[in-house]
Each structure stands twice: as structure tokens, then as C-alpha cells.
Design a binder for this molecule. Structure first.
Ligand code: SF4
Ligand code: SF4
Ligand code: SF4
Ligand code: FES
Length: 941
């Protein structure tokens, strides 16, 4: 097993239909025109020694090890930088080449520590491999000349080390950081013999702009850049392909193990979403799976003030089932319900919603997507006919203009951000619509053409103004609209959007964005050729979240930017399986595949397979569950992998609701904030233990394969089956594969999906059925799912959450790269070294007028609550706007967020809260203080 265990053909594939025939060592080879000789030879199974080349990077031609002879050409060109031409005849093995290569290798080895046997990369080092390939037996030059053997080691990064003494200055790391990651944190400083790799301006890795993506570590052919886990544990001996469980990008990984211990996670080159790249979380932050805080045994207690009692699985499940049945007997069938998790697999989610609909006998099921992307589901279904993004990630490589709205991809969706930045470096233009100056606005080799720095809560006014310019300046794609969209709804929308109140000039006062900037951005988008919209929670988590999604869909349809590569309307989904949890029927009104529960035909399909009678009435949404709990009508709840006491808005209200329940069953990895209110705790499984599928933001269904056995002894879907069975509805599956078979049998868009297909094809994007047996990369190509595209009028309605003299600032929230969501996982990894507490960013003028100094604790007060955070004075936020993250429970950012929500879906308005800040001497609540609030576990020290 080695870093190069994934096949490496030396230089990247060359796209293109034309091919050329060449002869390598007497063998005919046919390759796409422009392919390097190195790659052509590798394709034919001929290994040419190389060090500076790898197929994830453009060829560089510096090491001179890959020399070949070409008939009719003088000299010995480097095969990595020599493109194949028709009829070329290449020799890779001659006495002259052997001699030259050995000479080159001798120079490298003469300046390299000869400690292979004790080197952590022994058996995992391309330099070692290549010395063997070229047949180097001895080195004529002594080690007493000038060398780099006393090079220092930089151990500052928690996950990898840099040992300068082993560096051969091949520049693969430098190029990986630029070409693949797009951060440009590394350079080769000095010239000739003095050439050395340097992070930033001669800083440590931690002190530089490095974002710890690990691309340089993966690219390094020696042990210079090496994972600390490999140094500690040794070189891996086996591997399992699986999928990252953090964000909605859904990166594929090869988990490399030694025995049953994970040594490292290597991004899978064949991964459809990530093509061999990753971010710090997926590659390095997986240690939480073995963290001592994992609660691995079931527990029960009568009251939430009692200590926990560890019990057997049987006792815990019987306790939960008895309690839920008792509540139903006393208070009615609808007095219980549950929440599915976007962290869990499709199979786990499917089984939980089935348990609720079939065993609980009601539709009181909702999911954490309620609080993030439910407006995406509503808005895209209304306009296009289906609740999903239109493109695959690769599509961005074909975009000429990209509009990023309410998203911060470099922090939230880093691997997509790297793809995007690559396209921007190639010349595509960028428009950023965001109240905050996110990194994309200006970063190495990237500068947005326009940054529309709008006031939080005015998205709809901006999208209307953009569309107004399109309509009134004659930029509508009339042909597309006539062919693909509804004539009537377009005509109505066109008249609405042309109203003077929607003009950039009229909306400038409320949005704060100069009209001419809006006009320039609209023209850019409409005349681009291919223009794509990517958006995030800055769009959805508003009182007009659904309106905004429809506004963007209107804009894309009016300009013909739908149905081909490089265009589309693309939600950047938050959690790893938020798409999947919605697909799997987690909403109270929808069965799997987004089919309304009131549709008798659809219910009949499930009734037949499940042997039950599904209630035709939609159940409670999460906010309704809370209200009903406080009103005493909703008393029992099953929560799968979601910490609603931290993640949902107006935490005081959430806690009041949880505290009103007679029985709360929590299934999770850790005793989280919600578990403080639980009566039954059922241990969950980490992604390294799960067996199933996740569906990412591109609708891509990826396999999640168990890297290790479930530490709790049970898969989560087994637990749901046992709970349903204990409640009187027998449910069982031989394996998770059969759950997917049931999904495919009942859900037309999944009809062609099976574990066998996923194993054979790597991944597929739904719809996957007879019409599209290999899945669907891009949607709405020949027509919209609903037939004709539907335009919806989108009048701007300001949120009821207004600033006033008492609460003059707007608080908006977001994420940072190193932490994930409520931080349950990332806080239990060395990622805390980048971010150990949430802070509130405030503009210098707002800070000065309040007497707030940088780093000082401040109270943040809203209409519903108060919390304390440390202030960071920042020019990223405009005056009047403050910004924070919500990764730490002690920060309680959601203590202050209100219950205002999207009119259509109840998605909370996290992004707009009127607040006031004031200096305080009170320090922020620490994580340790929050943990101390948990009741003890009896018998545990
Ligand atoms: S870890 Fe990533 S960002 Fe940091 S230097 Fe390496 S490639 Fe660049
Ligand atoms: S650190 Fe590794 S990849 Fe970078 S120049 Fe040195 S040997 Fe090459
Ligand atoms: S967190 Fe997201 S971008 Fe990072 S490795 Fe995981 S799936 Fe990929
Ligand atoms: S691999 Fe071709 S010059 Fe280094």
C-alpha cells in the first residue's frame, strides 16, 4: 500500500475527441491528441521513471528522470512535457537512457538522508521506488559536500509535518497548492542549489495562508510532507472506499488502514464530486469517530434530572417503545413523532421515516433540512418541477460567469470552491452577492467582477433588480422562454418585474447596493454565454427564502441559463446527506421522491409494500412540534442525529419544548445539548461504521462503506427496525442493500439504483431509472421535469425582524472552514487549533461607538435572548452588520436568533436578527462549562 496505490498515469488526461497513434517500445498506442508521451506509455503499461510528474498536476519537466528517445528527434526529451504526435516512435528503455537516469537519481540520493529503513515513508516513497526502477546501486558522491541534510522540520500543522532534509525540490507541493487547491500558500524560494520549499513568506505552515487541505502532502513523492498518523502508526496495509460525512460536496475517499486502525484518508481520484481533492475536515478531521466522548452503550432514566443508567439494547428499546405507546394510548396517535438526520445514510433515514409513518402511525416526521434548505425544495419544485440542483460540480468548468449568492464556498464547500477558483483563473467572471466580504471577493489570482454587498434580508429585492435589468434592457432569451417555459406565467412575471419599484435605482435604498453595480452584474450574467448561479444558506434562511429561490430560477429561465453544462441554479447543500434526507421522505407532507402524502396513488404503493395504511394528512413540522409540545399535545419524540437544542433558532423556546416532553429518545454519537432533555439515549454510528449511501448536492448517490464494525454493536437502521418492531410493527432487513432495493422499488427517481450498480459505476446522480440507467448529470436538458418552466412573481416583502434604536445592528451567521455545523465532530479533533471559540465580527465604526476593543467579550442581545462572545474588529462586515459562527455550544448564537421563518417552509430566518452589542466583563461560556451541565452516567468514573 502506498500513496501511489491509486493509479497515476503521470500527467492529466487531455480532453478531446481526436486521437493519435504512437509506438512506445514497439507497442502501438492510441491516445487523445496532446497526451504526453509519459501518459501514453503508462496507458500501454510501460513505466517511465518520474519524480516531478503526477496526473493531478500539469507537467513541469524539472526532474529530468522521465527522459525518452524519439525517432527523428535529437536528444532525450522529458516524456512528461512532450505531447504525442501522429506516428511518433518512442523508446523508453535504452542503455543511454538508463545511464542518464541513474546519473540524475544519483544526484538526488547524494543529497537525501539514507535512512530508508527507519523513514516513516519506507514502502510509501516514490524516490525510493524510482531509485529501484533506474537500478541505482551506489552513489559516487560523498555526503560531505554541500547538502540539505540538516534541513529543519516544521511540525506546526497538527496533521502533517514538513521535513526539509528530505525535500528534492520537485515542486509538486507548490503546484498542488496552486493548481488543485487554489490557495498558493507555497513557493520555491531561492535558486539552483538553494531552492527550498517555503510556506507563505518563510513562515511555518500554521503561520501561513495554508488551509491544511493536504493536497501538497498527497502530491509529495517523498516523506518530506507526511501525515503524522503515518509517522505514528506506519504505512497502511489495506483500504476501503467511502464518502466524507461532513458537507454536501460529498467527497469520495479511500480510507487506508493498518489492521483495523485508520491511518489516513486519501481523496479518491475517481470520486465524481472531488476528483482526488479534499479539505481539512474530510482528509484529517476523522478522529472524533474514536473519541473518548463517544457514548457507546444505550442508557435510560426516568427524569432528566436523574443520572443516566446504562442498560442493554433490549431494555432501552423496550423502554422507548413502551413509553411511546403509552403516550399514544393516553394522548392519541399524533402525540408522538420524530426527526430524521441529514448526517445519516439514505437507508437510515428511509427506515426512520418508515418507522414513524408505519409504526407510529402518523406523518409527524421532519428533518434538519427544515432549518437549512427546505426553501430550495419548495422553490425549485414550483419553478422547475423537482427539488434539486440542476448541475454536477464539473459543470462549473464550463461557466463563463458565476454568481455566488449567500454562500461562502471556500469555508463551507471547499472542494467545490477549488473547482470554481480554477475556472475563475481560466478567465470566468465572478459576481458575489453577500453582506460580508467573503474570501472569494479577493483572493490569490481571483477577484470578483462585482461584489453586491447587500443588507441582510434584501436578497429578493436584489434578484428582482437583476431581473428588472434583464427584462427592461432587452436581455431576455426569448427563444428559450418561448420554447421551454410557460407563456402565461412568463408574461405575468415580465410585467411584474418591469415595474419601476423593482429597478436597481428603486431598490438601492433598501439593499444598500449602488444601482450601477446591479446593472453591470445583470448584464454580465445575461450576456455571458454560460452563466451559473450557486447559492447557500444565505439565500434560504430568510423569511423570503423560498421567494428568493424562485427569483433565481426566474432569472435563470429568462436568460436561458438552464439545461446544459456551465449554467443552472445550484444549491450548495450544507450537510453531507441533506439532499438524501429530503429525497427519502423526511418531510411531513411528502413520501420518498417528493410525492405528496395526500396522493392516494402514491400511498397505495407504500401501503402495499409496507403492509400498512399511511395517514393521508401531513404531519407536524419541527416548529409545530415545539409549539404542540409546549401546549401539551405532543409528548414523545425520537431524534436521530440532530442537536436541535443547539442548532435550531430561539434556543430558549426549543429547550422549553424539549423540557415539556414525557419521553425523548435521542440517537447520537455524543451526549449533546439535546440529550440533556432525553430519557433514552441510543448510541449512533460514525460514518466510518455506516453501510449505506449519502446523496450530495449534485444528486450524486455515493456509497458509504463500513471501514470498521459498529462500535455500539448495531447499525442505526437496525435500531429503528427494532424500535418499530417493539411498537408492534415488525420491520427487518437482511442488510442495508435491501433497504436501497425497497427505495428503488417504491421511488421512480431511484428505480435504477442498487448497491451493485453503485459498486460498478462508483456513483450515480438521480434520476436513475430506465430512462437514465446511468443517472442524470444535468437536469432539464430537453424540458423541465414539470414540463414547461414556471415563472413566479416574487414581490419583495421586508422581514418583520427590523432594527430599531434598541437593536440597531443586524446579526448574520455562517460557518468557517475548520469547524462543521454545531461542531460535535470537529470540536473533538485538532481542528480546534484553527478555531477554538466563536467570535462576533464587527465593523470598526460600530465597535468604536460602543467602546468595544478587539478580543473583548461583548453581550449580544436580541428580542429573544442574550449571549456573550468575544469581538473581532473586521472590515469584512459593513457598518450595521455583525457576523458570527455557531460551532460551539457555549456561544449560544441561536440563543439570540428569532422564530421568524420562511413563509412557505418555516425555514428559520437565521441570517437576520436585530441585535445590540455591548462590552462586558463576563467571559464567554466555555465548552467545559456546558459539558458540566450533563447528568452523570451511573457507574462511570
Ligand atoms: S495543505 Fe493545502 S493549502 Fe496548505 S500548503 Fe498544502 S496544498 Fe497548500
Ligand atoms: S516537499 Fe515534497 S513535493 Fe514539495 S518539493 Fe519537496 S519533495 Fe517535492
Ligand atoms: S467536508 Fe466537504 S469538501 Fe471537505 S472533504 Fe468532506 S465533503 Fe469534501
Ligand atoms: S517527471 Fe518528467 S521531468 Fe520530472
Amino acid at each position: 500500500m502506498s500513496k501511489v496505490s491509486q493509479v497515476d498515469l503521470g500527467t492529466p488526461a487531455v480532453p478531446g475527441k481526436e486521437s493519435v497513434n504512437v509506438v512506445v517500445d514497439g507497442m502501438p498506442v492510441n491516445v487523445p491528441a496532446g497526451t504526453s508521451v509519459l501518459r501514453a506509455a503508462a496507458t500501454a503499461g510501460v513505466t517511465i521513471p518520474r519524480l516531478c510528474a503526477t496526473d493531478s498536476l500539469e507537467p513541469f519537466g524539472s526532474c529530468r528522470l522521465c527522459l525518452v528517445e524519439v525517432d527523428g528527434r535529437p536528444g532525450t526529451p522529458a516524456s512528461c512535457t512532450t505531447p504525442c504526435t501522429p506516428g511518433m516512435t518512442v523508446r523508453t528503455q535504452t542503455a543511454r537512457l538508463d545511464r542518464l537516469r541513474r546519473g540524475v537519481m544519483e544526484l538526488y540520493i547524494s543529497d537525501h538522508p539514507l535512512d530508508c529503513l527507519t523513514c516513516p515513508a519506507n514502502g510509501d516513497c516514490e524516490l525510493q521506488d524510482m531509485a529501484g526502477v533506474v537500478g541505482l546501486r551506489d552513489v559516487r558522491y560523498g555526503m560531505d559536500g554541500a547538502n540539505h541534510l540538516d534541513g529543519a522540520t516544521d511540525d506546526s500543522n497538527p496533521y502533517f509535518s514538513f521535513d526539509d532534509s528530505k525535500c528534492i525540490a520537485c515542486s509538486r507541493c507548490v503546484r498542488a497548492c496552486g493548481e488543485v487547491q487554489g490557495t498558493f500558500a507555497l513557493t520555491i524560494s531561492g535558486r539552483g542549489f538553494d531552492s527550498r520549499v517555503s510556506a507563505g513568506a518563510g513562515e511555518s505552515f500554521m503561520g501561513s495562508e495554508c488551509v491544511s487541505c493536504g493536497a501538497c502532502v498527497q502530491a509529495c513523492p517523498t516523506s518530506t510532507l507526511q501525515e503524522k498518523t503515518v509517522i505514528a502508526l506506519g504505512v497502511p496495509t489495506r483500504s476501503v472506499k467511502t464518502t466524507c460525512a461532513y458537507c454536501g460536496v460529498g467527497c469520495s475517499f479511500v480510507a487506508e488502514l493498518r489492521g483495523d486502525q485508520v491511518v489516513r484518508m486519501v481523496p479518491d481520484k475517481d470520486g465524481g464530486a472531488n476528483a482526488g481533492h479534499s479539505c481539512v475536515k474530510g482528509r484529517f478531521a476523522w478522529g472524533y469517530a474514536s473519541h473518548r466522548d463517544r457514548q457507546l452503550e444505550p442508557m435510560v432514566r426516568e427524569r432528566i434530572t436523574d443520572p443516566w443508567r446504562v442498560v442493554s439494547w433490549d431494555e432501552a428499546i423496550a423502554h422507548a417503545a413502551d413509553g411511546l405507546r403509552r403516550i399514544q394510548a393516553e394522548h392519541g396517535v399524533g402525540a408522538i413523532g420524530g426527526i430524521t438526520s441529514s448526517r445519516c445514510t439514505n437507508e437510515e433515514v428511509f427506515v426512520v421515516q418508515k418507522m414513524i409513518r408505519a409504526a407510529f402511525g402518523n406523518n409527524n416526521v421532519d428533518t434538519c433540512a427544515r432549518v437549512c434548505h427546505s426553501p430550495t425544495g419548495y422553490g425549485l419544485k414550483q419553478t422547475f418541477g423537482t427539488s434539486a440542483g440542476t448541475q454536477d460540480f464539473e459543470s462549473v468548468a464550463h461557466a463563463d460567469v458565476v454568481v455566488v449568492i449567500g454562500a461562502n464556498p471556500t469555508d463551507g464547500h471547499p472542494v467545490f470552491a477549488s473547482r470554481l477558483k480554477r475556472r475563475l483563473r481560466q478567465g470566468a467572471q465572478l459576481v458575489v452577492v453577500d453582506p460580508r466580504r467573503i474570501d472569494l471577493v479577493r483572493s490569490p489570482h481571483v477577484e470578483a467582477a462585482e461584489h453586491l454587498q447587500l443588507q441582510p434580508g434584501t436578497n429578493v429585492a436584489i434578484v428582482n433588480a437583476l431581473a428588472h435589468v434583464v427584462v427592461t434592457e432587452g436581455l431576455v432569451d426569448r427563444e428559450f422562454v418561448a420554447e421551454r417555459c410557460e407563456v402565461d406565467s412568463f408574461a405575468e412575471w415580465e410585467s411584474f418585474i418591469a415595474l419601476p419599484e423593482n429597478s436597481p435605482e428603486a431598490t438601492a435604498e433598501v439593499t444598500g447596493v449602488p444601482a450601477d453595480a446591479v446593472r453591470r452584474a445583470a448584464r454580465l450574467y445575461a450576456t455571458a454565454g454560460n452563466a451559473a448561479i450557486y447559492y447557500g444558506l444565505g439565500v434560504t434562511e430568510h423569511s423570503q427564502g423560498s421567494t428568493m429561490v424562485m427569483g433565481m430560477a426566474n432569472l435563470a429561465m429568462a436568460t436561458g441559463n438552464i439545461g446544459r453544462p456551465g449554467v443552472g441554479v445550484n444549491p450548495l447543500r450544507g450537510q453531507n446527506n441533506v439532499q438524501g434526507s429530503c429525497d427519502m421522505g423526511s418531510f411531513p407532507h411528502e413520501l420518498p421522491g417528493y410525492r405528496h402524502v395526500g396522493d392516494a396513488g402514491v400511498r397505495a404503493v407504500f401501503d402495499a409494500v409496507w403492509g400498512t395504511t399511511i395517514d393521508p394528512e401531513p404531519g407536524l413540522r419541527i416548529p409545530n412540534m415545539f409549539d404542540a409540545a409546549i401546549a401539551g399535545r405532543y409528548l414523545g419524540m425520537f431524534i436521530q442525529g440532530e442537536d436541535i437544542a443547539q442548532s435550531d433558532p430561539n434556543v430558549a423556546h426549543v429547550k422549553a419544548a424539549l423540557g415539556s416532553l414525557e419521553l425523548l429518545v435521542v440517537q447520537d454519537l455524543f451526549l449533546n445539548e439535546t440529550a440533556k432533555f432525553a430519557h433514552v439515549f441510543l448510541p449512533g454510528t460514525s460514518f466510518l461504521e455506516k453501510d449505506g449511501t449519502f446523496t450530495n448536492a449534485e444528486r450524486r448517490i455515493n456509497r458509504v462503506r463500513p471501514v470498521m464494525a459498529a462500535k455500539s454493536g448495531k447499525q442505526e437502521w437496525q435500531v429503528a427496525c427494532e424500535l418499530a418492531t417493539a411498537m408492534g410493527y415488525p420491520m427487518d432487513y437482511p442488510s442495508s442493500s435491501q433497504i436501497m432495493d425497497e427505495i428503488a422499488a417504491t421511488t421512480p427517481t431511484f428505480a435504477g439504483v442498487s448497491f451493485d450498480r453503485l459498486d460498478a459505476e462508483g456513483s450515480v446522480q438521480w434520476p436513475c431509472n430506465d430512462a437514465a440507467p446511468h443517472g442524470t448529470r444535468i437536469m432539464h436538458v430537453d424540458g423541465f421535469v414539470r414540463g414547461k418552466g414556471h415563472f413566479v412573481d416574487t414581490p419583495f416583502v421586508p422581514t418583520d425582524e427590523r432594527t430599531n434604536r434598541k437593536f440597531p445592528l443586524i446579526l448574520t451567521t455562517g460557518r468557517i472552514l475548520s469547524q462543521y455545523n454545531v461542531g460535535a465532530q470537529t470540536r473533538r479533533t485538532p481542528n480546534v487549533q484553527w478555531h477554538h471559540e466563536d467570535v462576533v465580527e464587527i465593523h470598526v465604526h460600530d465597535a468604536e461607538t460602543r467602546g468595544i476593543a478587539d478580543g473583548q467579550p461583548v453581550t449580544i442581545t436580541s428580542r429573544v435572548g442574550e449571549t456573550v462572545l468575544r469581538a473581532r474588529i473586521s472590515d469584512r462586515v459593513p457598518q450595521g452588520v455583525v457576523y458570527t459562527t455557531f460551532h460551539y455550544p457555549g456561544s449560544g448564537a441561536n440563543v439570540v436568533t428569532t422564530e421568524y421563518s420562511d413563509w412557505a417552509t418555516n425555514c428559520p430566518e437565521y441570517k437576520v436578527t436585530a441585535v445590540e452589542l455591548a462590552p462586558t466583563s463576563r467571559p464567554p461560556v466555555t465548552e467545559a462549562e456546558m459539558r458540566a451541565e450533563h447528568q452523570p452516567v451511573a457507574g462511570r468514573s
